[in-house]
Design a protein around this ligand. Structure first.
Ligand SMILES: *[C@@H]1O[C@H](CO)[C@@H](O)[C@H](O)[C@H]1NC(C)=O
Length: 181
């Protein structure tokens, strides 16, 4: 029983520490690479954007007014999510953008980017655009071009594969042509 209580305590500490997560720059780089943000200049723009918008804090929440809130790492506005249940343009619950599972945040951010570009984020516009971007090439997980991983492709929906930034898109097209011969 004592053991059970200790386990419970350990689990509670584990859960409460994983729920609020502030990434380091290199951890963030690794997580973004896992989520298919793998283009050199784009990736450092995303890292800059996240640093300016949320300070890499997955639980960052900004309530501008009763009608306007911004959620999570990317500070995604509530037109893209719905409180309490799935909804909004990303069909995601806003609360899901505040946990440390950032896969849903990333796919929603890519959707925002597809619709509005980086200019959606005013802090990117003011503090990243044309500025010196974070130096992520020193991070141990940083790699360019990305290693081909079959399971990465399985998880990538076709839509985001097609919007893969140049030159990655060209490279895969070229490989496809080569294979066909
Ligand atoms: C992360 O954001 C939450 C919610 O805004 C805040 O309570 C918390 O203190 C922040 N953590 C850090 C380390 O800044």
């Amino acid at each position: 029983m004592g053991g059970g209580r200790v386990l419970c305590l350990v689990l509670t500490i584990f859960i409460s520490t994983t729920q609020c997560k502030v990434f380091t720059r290199c951890q963030l780089t690794r997580e973004l690479l896992k989520a298919n943000f793998h283009q050199k200049t784009f990736l450092s723009n995303w890292v800059c954007l996240i640093e300016q918008e949320s300070g890499r804090n997955t639980t960052a929440l900004n309530v501008k007014s009763a009608r306007k809130q911004y959620y999570g790492l990317f500070q995604i506005g509530n037109e893209y999510c719905k409180e309490g249940r799935k909804g909004g343009k990303c069909n995601v619950a806003c609360e899901a953008l505040l946990d440390d599972d950032i896969r849903d945040d990333c796919s929603c951010a890519l959707q925002v980017f597809e619709e509005e570009g980086f200019k959606y984020w005013s802090k990117w516009e003011n503090r990243c655009k044309g500025e010196r971007l974070p130096d992520i090439e020193k991070c141990p997980d940083w790699q360019y071009p990305p290693r081909a991983s079959p399971d990465r492709f399985k998880r990538t929906p076709l839509r985001s594969r097609l919007t893969e930034p140049y030159p990655y898109n060209i490279l895969t097209k070229y490989q496809r042509l080569k294979r066909r011969k």
